[in-house]
Design a binder for this molecule. Structure first.
Ligand SMILES: [Zn+2]
Length: 272
């Protein structure tokens, strides 16, 4: 506690108000700027702490030391990290161990600073339900916890965003996909293959290749599909991906069924 309070800057009077709990709160986010350590007993001593918006600002400072992104770019990237509501629960700590290649994914995440420097990524391919997206989310969460920005998205989502933000915002959006330290594109090959979509795929894969930053792709395509692409367009896409992404072949039964089954076992215990 002592360590933390020494680092916490004193709150300026116009930034705070006294909440119902008698503690100082931030006018901006409403979060507490003071807390009472559990051990202080009868003589409650208030100790300064960081409110959520201060903690976020601290985190951004750390990120800026590690990347060449601006404040606004990092804030935006964090908002865009993933729109999947269960994303935060997809962590290596929560993994049920049914996919043996999670070990390699864990290694990748742990060595992320090195992969960022060498711009080395992963190509996670395999059948539906083998846990590819889950693995990608685990890597993203680990990388975010290390203080780097990461974006998990799909080409369908990118196309939707590009369609929604209008012409002016597009350049900025594409730039964030190029600059973010880790870009993960989930489910390559499931998007509708229109000319428009192929253009977007080309642009993002090419930009990312030029940015020399790591890319992780998950896909249901088989290695045969990848080695003998159905068109020149796909041949160019795969050649860029293969050049930068180490292939991991996810096999196995549907782990979603597996985890569903685990849940049923627990429920059975509950209902008796
Ligand atoms: Zn605040």
């Amino acid at each position: 506690m002592k360590d933390i309070s020494e680092k916490v800057p004193a709150s300026k009077e116009d930034e705070v108000f006294i909440g119902e709990d008698g503690l100082l709160h931030c006018k901006n986010c409403g979060g507490a700027r003071e807390c009472i350590p559990a051990k202080s007993g009868r003589f409650a001593i208030k100790v300064g702490c960081l409110c959520p918006c201060q903690a976020e600002a601290e985190n951004i400072k750390v990120l800026q030391l590690k990347t060449d992104m601006s404040d606004a770019e990092i804030r935006k990237a964090r908002q865009l990290a993933s729109i999947d509501p269960s994303f935060k629960d997809h962590t290596f700590e929560n993994d049920n161990g049914s996919q043996p290649l999670m070990k390699q994914c864990r290694k990748y995440a742990a060595d992320f600073p090195r992969h960022l420097k060498n711009h080395s990524g992963l190509l996670i391919y395999g059948n539906c339900g083998s846990g590819k997206s889950y693995a990608a989310d685990c890597i993203a969460n680990s990388v975010l916890n290390q203080g780097y920005a990461a974006i998990v998205t799909s080409f369908a989502k990118i196309a939707e965003t590009v369609g929604n933000i209008g012409y002016e915002g597009r350049g900025e959006y594409y730039e964030s996909l190029m600059k973010v330290p880790l870009l993960i594109i989930d489910d390559l090959g499931t998007e509708r293959e229109t000319e428009y979509m192929m253009e977007i795929i080309h642009r993002v894969i090419d930009d990312r290749d030029r940015s020399q930053k790591p890319l992780i792709i998950t896909t249901n395509f088989t290695m045969e599909d990848i080695k003998s692409p159905k068109s020149d367009a796909w041949a160019r896409i795969w050649s860029r991906i293969i050049r930068n992404c180490y292939p991991l072949h996810f096999e196995g039964d549907d782990v979603r069924f597996g985890s569903g089954f685990d849940r049923n076992v627990k429920m059975k215990k509950y209902y008796g």
